[in-house]
Design a protein around this ligand. Sequence first.
Ligand code: ADP
Ligand code: MG
Length: 723
Amino acid sequence: MADLESKLSSVIGDRTAKVLTETFDIRTVGDLMRHYPRRYLVRGELSDISELVEGDEVTILAEVLSSTNRPLRGRKGSIFEVVVTDGTDKLSLTFFNQAWREKELKAGRQGLFAGKVGVFNGKKQLAHPDYEMIPDGNDVDAAASSFAGKYLPVYPASAKMPSWKISKCVEMAIDSLDEVEDFLPEHIRSSFGYPTLHQGLVQLHRPADLDSAESSRERLTFDEAFLLQSLLVLRRNELRKLNTASRKAIKGGILDSFDASLPFQLTGGQKSVCAEIEADLAQDHPMHRLLQGEVGSGKTIVALRAMLAVVDSGGQAALLAPTEVLAAQHLRTIEKLLGPLAQGGTLGSHEGATQVTLITGSQNAAARKAALALAASGDAGIVIGTHALLGEKVEFKDLGLIVVDEQHRFGVEQRDALKEKAQKPPHLLVMTATPIPRTVAMTVFGDLDVSTLRELPLGRQPITTHVIPVMEKPTYLERAWARIREEVGQGHQAYVVAPRIAAGSDENADIDFLFGTESSDIASVEELAPRLHGGDLAGLRVAMLHGRLSSEEKESTMKAFAAGEIDVLVSTTVIEVGVDVANATIMVIMDADRFGVSQLHQLRGRVGRGTSPGLCLLVTNAIAETPARERLDAVAGTVDGFELSRIDLEQRREGDVLGASQSGTQSHLRLLRVLRDEELIEKARTAAQDLIATSLDLTSYPALKKELSAMANDMAVDYLDKG
Ligand code: ADP
Ligand code: MG
């Protein structure tokens, strides 16, 4: 008999075990039991091909007619296409880079095929369907009826290890499996009516009916959420035990002077978030807070006030920005907001004033040396920079607070490299303009408290967004250029955004494949700028901005645009985050369907930042009622960033949602989907909190403790063991 830790080879033989290890890194019986079926093929629920409706999840019984493998045009990869028929109609099955399937999908063979019906070029298709071929030589009726009433698990498979073979191995493993010990405390299990771990594992692979498969899946999904939340709760408790210097503003200090000099009132939201942060900073354990808020919601001032409180306490704050453009802009904004309060160290400077300095990769040796000295001596209370801040030579006298702007561009590692420059664990404030739903925040940033700015400051101008469907209304595009001329005529400025730097550049190959378009169709900055300059926007001052320009070129172009010396900036998404030119009132986004929903929302936040309303025009070739077009309509239809980020997340793969730096997390989250399973995550969170409140270090639950430490070990490198 075997348990979950038994070597696989002891149950299914060396040779097969070796293949499973090589293809799926499955080494133990437990690994195999956790290689869950993706779905079940259910005999008796077969559909006619002629009656398939786009978007439906279907299973069909059909015969392979033919197959072809063709390379993608202009880039790597191939599409393997199989045509099948069930006598009523034909259907295409498409696979990306999987010509090896030809071995299984031979003409004349029958199989069950399952997937979501899509339409491409007017033809119905299943992209990457799951399938189970009926063994060769069998009488079809007999074979088909052998599936009757049975739920056939379909596994993630490979050329060497097709689904049916995996199925056989799992059967053997189940037959030799001893009762599995359940790590989930019994009172939690029974309160949710879940099966035991043993039942859950067995029934998921070998369901008697769909209900038991479903309850097993829920139990195992809950396990993932529960384990993760338990770790996060334990982790938070640990953070609270860490000791650090508390940072309090002093009466009549720099924070007070700053508040007195502010030309506007803080919004209610800003006030309450500032209060939360000040309370955090006053504690003697490090703050770990995420500040989310729309573009323009006024995060910078909130962060600056936190930095000033730290300066008041005699410490320093570092502000980490994702790009040089943004770092430079933060410096300008903060110097401007602080006015004389940023002139510390000069003769006759304001009492209590500090200095603000900038550290970036591209600055010259002299500037760098001066900045390093200011940071090391503590004379600079605020040090702004890009990832260059993480460099070895950068030292602080007393780093008390780290502010990270636009978290999604920095890995946890980078955050931590900066923390190491502090004597005591520093306080941490992470700012993001991409609002994320609570459960995602809980899963991705479980160790962070979340503050949200919901209202935009008074005086912020509304942004109107329209879709310009070029296919249906070609003349609308001319109207867009005319609108730019009008705005410029009134003394305003414009952005034109294109997805690419140069025609035919290959950066978006994946998107091309998904949308079935060719790179050459897609607008590029280098092609668009001269064309507009010589045509629709003739006479206007047009300039280009993109990532391949040198940092001096970028900097001088941004400066010129900010100074109003450029009318129209044709750029890539380099302007996406934080660029703040109040006089820009219109943005035209070319091939807008190539951008993510949240990205579009960020982009349009660049206009309407001054006293005039903003206009954003989304130009697209996507036709009405396609998913691409619906995304654009959604962006045009709301300015609610939360709603949009939800739409965005729903369309991304889970791995992207969780972030690349968390591979360890992902291998433990096989079933859990942070958006779909919101309720389950909330339940798991509460259960974990309640349990840990009654048994602080889980001594009464040794099985759970063991499971958690195994999980923590795997994640330590990239997730949890970081303070
Ligand atoms: P975010 O960083 O969240 O995108 P910013 O902090 O850059 O937003 O703020 C956007 C603009 O609004 C800035 O010009 C800022 O000075 C201004 N602002 C911030 N808070 C207020 C407020 N309470 N009242 C008026 N204007 C404000
Ligand atoms: Mg900002």
